[in-house]
Write a protein that binds this ligand. Structure first.
Ligand SMILES: [Zn+2]
Length: 312
């Protein structure tokens, strides 16, 4: 059983264009690494948008079939609040976006599941979260603090209390992030404060904190309620597969396999590496480098851990 525990759907107006352009700039620079100036990011974006567009989750399920993925956990992003309040963009209906995610999960029962995503600074975020879990069967909460709030800001705490009450996990982005979002708000040490204040709340540190992975593992070694997903490591894997294997080995050695979750961070990351290739890379991780993994460990990190944690 393979579970992708970190995936985002995109469609027209699902996310601010500035964010997508930021991602396109990263891709453009990567695809033209060896030239003095990057390829045209705008062109790359316009080429990719129709390929990525998938409001229903139908394309994703087809891709899961091609990749051998049984279940995917969807994470709605709310970058909009920051754009609305600081960049004068039109107010965005974040509940509508979450409902689209919930509908995709409902229409693909047993294949797609979704967390609820909201900026904690929005009014009524707590009651909205409660509705999402009780009425839409959403499996927990996703926060993306790179829209300039810290995860240990008191404004977030009512959501954590509600997650505890509803007995669902939360997942917080941690690590690098394209412009116009700064990464610093998502440093693992701010998530550690949450884990300290809510020792019974299960908290996934997304991406193992990317380059902060040592900090994440060190902090999580003292906070048994901290989990990690290793989505978004495809680019690093392409550069140095053995290094990724050694990071994964450290994660399992430090936390045990049940707190380490496979993920892709698609659909955007599929542009860097096709999803079937990422799944195969992890399935065959024993073929690169010196780090070795038992079949049992691979079965747990590739699926069983996410099924257990999120009750899929
Ligand atoms: Zn993500």
């Amino acid at each position: 059983m393979i579970v992708d525990a970190h995936y985002h759907l995109y469609w027209d107006d699902s996310d601010p264009m500035d964010f997508l352009m930021g991602c396109a700039r990263v891709g453009a620079r990567r695809f033209s690494k060896n030239t003095p100036e990057p390829m045209n990011a705008e062109q790359l974006l316009q080429m990719q948008l129709p390929i990525l567009a998938d409001e229903s989750g139908d394309k994703l399920v087809q891709l899961m079939d091609e990749s051998g993925i049984d279940k995917t956990l969807l994470l709605p992003l709310d970058y909009w609040y920051w754009f609305e309040t600081s960049q004068n963009t039109q107010p965005y209906d974040i509940m509508k976006k979450n409902e689209i995610y919930a509908t995709a999960a409902k229409n693909h029962e047993g294949r797609l599941y979704s967390l609820f995503g909201i900026d904690p600074r929005r009014k009524k975020s707590v009651s909205a979260f409660e509705k999402a879990v009780s009425k839409w069967d959403m499996k927990g909460l996703k926060l993306h603090p790179t829209t300039r709030y810290y995860p240990d800001d008191p404004v977030c705490y009512p959501l954590y209390e509600k997650a505890l009450e509803l007995q669902v996990p939360i997942l917080i982005h941690s690590g690098n992030q394209p412009a116009p979002m700064p990464a610093k708000y998502s440093e693992p040490k701010y998530i550690d404060t949450v884990a300290a204040d809510f020792p019974e709340l299960k908290i996934v540190v997304a991406h193992i904190g990317h380059g902060w992975w040592r900090q994440t593992l060190d902090l999580a070694s003292m906070k048994p309620n901290m989990y990690v997903d290793f989505s978004g490591w495809q680019g690093v894997y392409q550069n140095d597969p053995a290094y990724v294997a050694s990071v994964l080995r450290s994660a399992i050695d430090t936390l045990g396999p049940w707190r380490v979750l496979f993920g892709s961070d698609g659909a955007l990351l599929n542009v860097i590496m096709p999803l079937p290739e990422w799944v195969d890379s992890i399935k065959n991780i024993n073929s690169v480098g010196n780090a070795k993994f038992s079949n049992e460990e691979l079965e747990i990190i590739l699926g069983k851990a996410a099924i257990h944690l999120f009750g899929l």
